[in-house]
Design a protein around this ligand. Structure first.
Ligand SMILES: Cc1cc2nc3c(=O)[nH]c(=O)nc-3n(C[C@H](O)[C@H](O)[C@H](O)COP(=O)(O)OP(=O)(O)OC[C@H]3O[C@@H](n4cnc5c(N)ncnc54)[C@H](O)[C@@H]3O)c2cc1C
Ligand SMILES: Cc1ncc(C[n+]2csc(CCOP(=O)(O)OP(=O)(O)O)c2C)c(N)n1
Ligand SMILES: [Mg+2]
Length: 500
């Protein structure tokens, strides 16, 4: 079908014609007029990977997560890896479109020059843009925090790394977000567990947005994500690798060493020192999930480059993020957002089948493991050398904490009657043993790592609360810090909704 023919078609016909015409084009709702179609077609063929959507523009409000549309319809063309354009304001020529898309990325570069306290907030959409991300962070001297799903996309051993942010993220990352005047989201969708309550989110970035000196930049391959949670100051639609490549030469290296930027980076380093991840060790040489994960990391870190960790959902999941230093992209496989318990074992199996040369480690909670433990048979059947570490506290501890804090301590259905995991694994023919004390921990970890085939260790741990914690309704900087809260009689009474 020729361009002109497509341009005559309205609705679904035009829609399909355009899809046929342009390989790799993702077309949203049909645009209104043939003239518009023609312009879209031109743009699509010239630029290559073009995504076409019509948008309902939303009122600019940070307080409401999903503001109601104003009924103002304008077509926009979002160009793969390059930018977002309002067709209303775009000239008809495709050349002009190409120039405009460049302008979008230039706007990001300009904000990077004017902002005093930028931070990169990185999600799993950046998994394939590791080099570009590091180059950008270094060239512009910008600290980087990641989501749960993006652990290791930016090496956590890098001096600019602020590790994971959010509900159970690093206190220093959360404070940095709140103090930042330019939040550059790359491949992340501002999940509520990373923002805290929106009305209190990033006050300085909101102010800088109003003043035009900073705000929110959103790189995302899915244009419908723009404005869903945060209305971006600049939205760059498309594959972020290409967009970052385009941005890199535009970044002014002089800003990296400006006094404001170096002060900001030094401030972030101070925050890291002042608010490290920490926990209170268990008495009498008993184990805590945190101490086991710390020891596992010490033993496993020489294998970091080939390590894949999957987890269940709960405290052990969050503590894995806190106490492992992640250095490789795609090295965590975990269920975020809905957070589905039972995900860990099948995910580990998938990872090991897909990547036979990787060392696949499952760090699971007892309750999460109970959901899919029948898949131990799958491991044996397929001769998969998966290493399973169960943080066994005989309870659904993350929910126990919520019941303590939000439901007056009414604990219901959160204690487990577990099988004997060692006997269970052995009955499948899997090497298995138990570890109950800090004294036994180093040997247990070594045996776990040295095992050639599948191995399961039942780590008996004392339950704990996972801190830092941003409670529902709170701002990111209002978190409970480690040591600030216990579950005994002194526990604070919380109001409002419980987490879910
Ligand atoms: C109990 C519990 C506690 C949690 N606590 C935290 C917490 O403290 N901190 C935290 O971070 N998370 C936490 N989570 C996870 C949280 O719910 C979200 O799942 C997570 O933050 C989302 O991460 P993301 O934005 O990287 O991934 P996604 O939600 O998958 O979003 C990825 C985005 O990237 C875009 N994208 C994909 N590919 C590309 C590409 N090539 N180029 C550009 N864009 C692309 C997608 O369109 C999407 O918008 C928790 C989950 C649970 C269950
Ligand atoms: C299928 C499913 N059911 C319920 C929940 C709610 N939930 C979140 S964490 C959690 C407890 C997890 O317990 P465990 O796996 O033992 O981890 P722990 O918190 O004890 O480390 C529950 C029940 C969920 N996320 N998924
Ligand atoms: Mg448990």
């Amino acid at each position: 079908m020729q361009l002109e023919e497509v341009a005559q078609l309205k609705g679904l016909g035009g829609f399909k014609g355009l899809q046929q015409l342009c390989r790799g084009v993702d077309v949203g709702q049909p645009a209104a007029t043939p003239r518009l179609w023609l312009r879209l077609c031109h743009a699509a063929t010239i630029v290559g990977t073009v995504r076409i959507r019509t948008y309902e523009l939303k009122p600019h409000s940070f307080a409401q997560p999903r503001p109601r549309p104003q009924g103002c319809h304008r077509a926009r063309v979002a160009l793969g890896g390059c930018g977002v354009l309002d067709l209303d304001s775009a000239e008809q020529s495709a050349l002009h479109l190409a120039v405009l898309l460049h302008a979008c990325v230039e706007h990001v570069a300009r904000l990077l020059r004017t902002a005093k306290k930028p931070i990169l907030y990185v999600g799993q959409g950046a998994n394939d843009a590791v080099d570009e991300l590091r180059a950008l962070a270094e060239k512009a001297n910008v600290p980087v925090t990641t989501t749960l799903h993006a652990m290791g996309v930016f090496s956590e051993l890098h001096p600019l790394s602020m590790h994971m942010l959010g509900m159970h993220g690093a206190a220093y990352a959360n404070y940095a977000i709140q103090a930042s005047d330019l939040i550059i989201a790359v491949g992340s969708r501002f999940d509520d567990r990373t923002t805290g309550v929106l009305g209190k989110y990033a006050p300085l970035a909101k102010k800088a947005h109003e003043e035009g000196t900073g705000g929110f930049v959103h790189f995302d391959i899915e244009p419908s994500q723009f404005g869903r949670v945060i209305n971006p100051s600049v939205a760059v639609a498309g594959e972020c690798k290409g967009a970052l490549q385009q941005l890199l030469p535009m970044v002014d290296p002089a800003t990296a060493s400006s006094p404001e930027r170096t002060d900001w980076v030094a401030h972030c380093a101070d925050l890291r020192k002042k608010y490290p991840f920490s926990y209170t060790p268990a008495p009498d040489g008993k184990l805590k999930t945190q101490s086991v994960i710390e020891a596992l990391y010490q033993g496993l870190k020489v294998h970091s480059e080939r390590m894949v960790v999957s987890t269940g959902v709960g405290n052990h999941q969050m503590m894995s993020c806190q106490f492992i230093r992640w250095t490789e992209p795609r090295s965590i496989i975990t269920s975020g957002s809905l957070g589905t318990m039972g995900f860990g074992l099948p995910a580990a199996i998938g990872a090991q089948v897909a990547c036979p040369d990787k060392m696949v480690v499952l760090i699971d909670g007892d309750s999460s493991f109970n959901m899919t433990l029948n898949d131990l048979g799958t491991i044996v059947e397929n001769k998969l050398p998966i290493k399973i570490a169960i943080m066994n506290d005989f309870r659904q501890q993350m929910v126990v904490v919520w019941q303590e804090l939000f439901f007056d301590g009414r604990k219901v259905a959160t204690k487990n009657t577990n099988p004997d995991y060692v006997q269970l694994a052995q009955s499948f023919g899997i090497d298995s043993f138990r570890c109950t004390t800090t004294e036994d921990l180093p040997n247990a970890v070594q045996r776990f790592i040295d095992a050639e085939g599948p191995v399961l260790v039942d780590f008996r741990v004392v339950p704990d609360i996972c801190l830092p914690m941003v409670a529902p309704g709170k701002g990111l900087d209002e978190m409970f810090l480690p040591g600030s809260i216990t579950l005994g009689d002194e526990k604070p009474k919380m109001e409002g909704e419980a987490p879910s």
